[in-house]
Design a protein. Structure first.
Lengths: 146, 435, 233
């Protein structure tokens, strides 16, 4: 969108650094858990789930692709972060709703036990972790129109 | 003067017009924020990304199905409970055995088994409405168009095809917006391959039975992917054989993203969902009555409906059974498929009536009777997905193509393809050791 | 009986504007012979009933596409009293192409510059007076989703109906070389009384120059055909 202004970044580098590191960490988390799920799971909270795991890997890739651009203060990188945040929200809310449905099933007598903390899929925790990032970017883009 | 003939003139005139526009705008419009990124620009960069665009689309699509299946499960259970209770009330309370059987075994079991699927259908439509109203669906069209163009499908057919996920009839009507007759015909011919809302009850039922709650969503997702893949393959085939040529180039307009309002989303969901309810009240109800009658008679032989195996419908089923035996499907499946010709939901209704003796839900009965294994069940779902469009679709194809030959062609090729694919699934599955 | 037509690119808010103007008094049918939807409605303004025809949303008016041909034929043959050209204010560059084509057909155009709220939000400064002067047509900013600008639009339409005969026929001048070619063809067309009675001769000349399939079809039975094609070269 903006050509030739190499020394003028879209947003300041200090912010870019913070966002970039945060995004990298989130991306790494998604990648690790995603691969674990694809490969069969690990422990109680991470079940084996081929497609679920692949979805997490996609989220990871989105975040990680945006790290470089973000560190350079470039909108292109930031947009990838925003995509990642959107996906984090989608999957976080999805698994939360699924938990609710499991709870309902228990109440209806169709399930053995009420879902507990250990049944919180990682995507839910990651979504919570991504909230500060969402907040920060919203502040940054106050003047942005749709 | 003669330098301007023909195409050259057209191009020159277009250029001059654009130049005039640029000149006019230069002196009248000042865009101060020209280079500022909007939210739409930002999200488009990620959703239309050369490499990430399709994986993201697939991930969101998968999430949609997980959402649909898992969320609607408790609500389906609630509806099942209500119908079960109504059923036993009817049986106990109604004196006349014929009437009791009709109300309990026919209406409640038959119609009820279909209405149980209102939650997943409405949830799916809710998700589709959100994707559409937010503006994302247009991006998905754009992303898929990159592949579609290479395979002979016109980008403009994406919207009619997407509508096919709801119901094939309005989807085929939507092809009127397509100019190129070949493109339009191809879109009409492959549209029935897009799995419509009526088949969802079948998937939810069978997938739930053979794959269990955890994997059912993924199984259904795979069927939707298969549906899209077959659509693209058949479109490609038609493009190369029957209707040669290249698709005309297409400009796709991407509206700005917006956060959809609850009001419009629910409205759109209801618009699509009420079609399902209307069909339930009419075609399905009518067919259910016929099936009930056939399964309860001869009255004496079936002992008032208890011994379904002695009924007319069973005789019909056994007669056709050999056709489907290689796939591991029994006479009930055969009969369900035959009546499914009228409306796909009837496949479920048929089972509802045939199995609905007692308080157990259809799904539970299916599990208990072991009528399907994961392999045969999956093949069955694929078959239902592909074979024969429902009667309403055949009607609309005839109307929109102004002929009888095309609907007949569609019926024939779809049935053949269904047998082929189901056969492939069974064959490969048996090779891999499944039963 | 006053009839106006609504035309514009797809997705500019034409449907909202049509709904705002006609309310529930709408009727949906088909354009004769084709499966394209035809929407009509009416509204009253200053005691007069105005019939509104909603033309298909198009980017251009070539003879190639079904819906473009419908729009074009309606404008040329039915000659509505006013044509409201709905333009998305945030996408002027693309939308104005259609406007120029309308002016070429000598349609009586009033522009509804829609999405005015977005124009303001995006800090786009549009000098509507100057734009109006350059194009030679009235320009009314509107926000179809809220109804802002609607009354001014209706007033402008009324005024345009009243000044229909006396308005200046604007259109683009294409540059000396092209103009010469156009004039040559136009002169020949004018010699055919039938053609010049039914179609604006300059418009027809331009279409012939562009090798437009419908235009060529229109002149094929003309006694002036040889001369017209000769002038075209």
């Amino acid at each position: 969108m903006s050509e030739g202004d190499e020394d003028m970044t879209d947003f300041n580098l200090k912010t870019g650094k913070t966002l970039g590191i945060y995004a990298f960490s989130l991306g790494a988390l998604y990648l690790i858990v995603g691969l674990l799920e694809v490969l069969g799971g690990y422990g109680e909270s991470i079940p084996g789930d081929l497609f679920g795991g692949l979805a997490l890997v996609v989220v990871a890739t989105t975040y990680l692709s945006g790290v470089k651009g973000t560190l350079n203060g470039d909108y292109k990188g930031l947009s990838l972060l925003m995509g990642g945040l959107f996906l984090s929200a989608v999957f976080g809310i999805l698994y939360l709703l699924m938990l609710g449905a499991d709870g309902l099933m228990y109440l209806l007598g169709e399930a053995e036990e009420i879902p507990g903390l250990v049944d919180f899929r990682p995507a839910i925790w990651f979504f919570i972790l991504s909230l500060p990032l969402i907040h920060h970017i919203r502040n940054m883009t106050q003047k942005t129109t749709w | 003067m003669n330098e301007f003939s023909g195409d050259k003139a057209e191009i020159i005139l277009a250029e001059r017009r654009y130049k005039a526009i640029t000149d006019i705008l230069e002196s009248t419009v000042n865009k101060t924020d020209e280079n500022a990124w909007t939210y739409t620009d930002l999200f488009d960069h990620v959703f239309l990304h050369k490499f990430l665009g399709i994986p993201i689309f697939l991930a969101l699509f998968w999430a949609t199905f997980q959402f649909t299946f898992v969320l609607s499960e408790p609500f389906m259970v609630i509806i099942e409970m209500i119908f079960g209770w109504l059923g036993s009330l009817a049986e106990a309370g109604i004196g006349n055995p014929h009437l009791a059987s009709f109300v309990s075994g026919g209406i409640i079991d038959g119609l009820g088994s279909v209405l149980v699927f209102v939650p997943p259908i409405f949830t799916l439509f809710l998700a589709l409405s959100i994707l559409e109203d937010s503006g994302y669906l247009a991006r998905a069209a754009f992303v898929m168009d990159r592949i579609m163009y290479k395979l002979g499908l016109h980008g403009r057919s994406f919207i009619p095809l997407m509508m096919g996920f709801g119901c094939t009839v309005p989807a085929i009507m939507a092809t009127r917006s397509m100019d190129n007759e070949s493109d339009r015909l191809i879109t009409i011919l492959v549209n029935p391959l897009i799995t419509c809302g009526a088949r969802l009850p079948v998937y939810v039922l069978i997938a739930g039975v053979v794959f269990g709650a955890g994997q059912a969503g993924t199984a259904i997702f795979s069927l939707y992917i298969m549906s899209i893949a077959l659509t693209i393959i058949m479109a490609f085939t038609f493009r190369k054989t029957l209707l040669k040529g290249k698709p005309s180039p297409f400009i796709l307009e991407l509206p700005a993203y917006m956060v959809p309002t609850a009001k419009t989303v629910v409205l759109h969901m209801w618009e699509r969902g009420k079609v399902f309810l209307k069909r339930a009240g009419t075609i399905i109800f009518g067919t259910v009555i016929i099936i009930w009658f056939l399964s309860m008679h001869p009255w004496a032989a079936t002992a008032g409906g208890e011994l379904v195996g002695n009924s007319y419908i069973a005789s019909l089923g056994h007669y056709i059974e050999p056709l489907f035996a290689p796939f591991g499907w029994d006479w009930m499946a055969a009969v369900a498929l035959v009546f499914g010709f009228l409306a796909k939901e009837v496949v479920v209704a048929t089972y509802g009536i045939l199995l609905g003796v007692g308080e157990e839900a259809v799904g539970a009965s299916l599990i208990k009777l072991g009528l399907f294994t994961p392999l045969t069940g999956y093949a069955f779902m694929a078959f239902v997905m592909i074979y024969v469009p429902c009667i309403a679709t055949i009607g609309i194809i005839s109307k929109e193509t102004n002929s009888y030959k095309w609907p007949i062609f569609v019926t024939v090729y779809l049935t053949a393809l269904a047998f082929l694919i189901a056969g492939l699934i069974i064959g490969v599955g048996r090779l891999l050791g499944f039963s | 009986m006053t009839t106006i037509a609504l035309i514009g690119n797809p997705n500019v808010g034409k449907t909202e504007l049509f709904n705002r103007l006609t309310g529930l008094k709408q009727h949906v049918g088909n354009w004769p012979g084709v499966t394209v939807e035809k929407k009509t409605g009416k509204y009253t303004n200053g005691g007069e009933v105005i019939d509104v025809v909603d033309l298909p949303g198009t980017y251009s008016l070539t003879a190639q596409a079904k819906d473009e041909l419908i729009a074009r034929n309606y404008l040329i043959l039915d000659r509505p009293d006013v044509v409201i050209n709905i333009v998305d204010g945030t996408k002027l560059e693309r939308n104005l192409y259609l406007t120029l084509l309308l002016l070429e057909m000598e349609a009586n155009v009033v522009m509804a510059l829609n999405r005015w709220d977005l124009v303001k939000e995006k800090h786009i400064e549009v000098d509507t007076n100057k734009l109006s002067q350059s194009l030679g047509i009235p320009i009314i900013p509107t926000v179809a989703t809220t109804g802002e600008g609607l009354e001014e639009l209706k007033k402008a339409v009324m005024k345009a109906v009243q000044t229909k005969e006396n308005r200046q026929k604007n259109g683009l001048t294409y540059g000396e070389d092209v103009e010469q070619a156009i004039t040559g063809i136009e002169t020949s067309i004018k010699k055919d009384w039938n053609l010049s009675k039914n179609y604006p001769s300059r418009w027809l000349a331009i279409k012939v120059l562009e090798n437009d399939t419908q235009a060529l079809d229109l002149i094929k039975d003309s006694p002036q055909k040889r001369e017209i094609m000769g002038a075209r070269g």
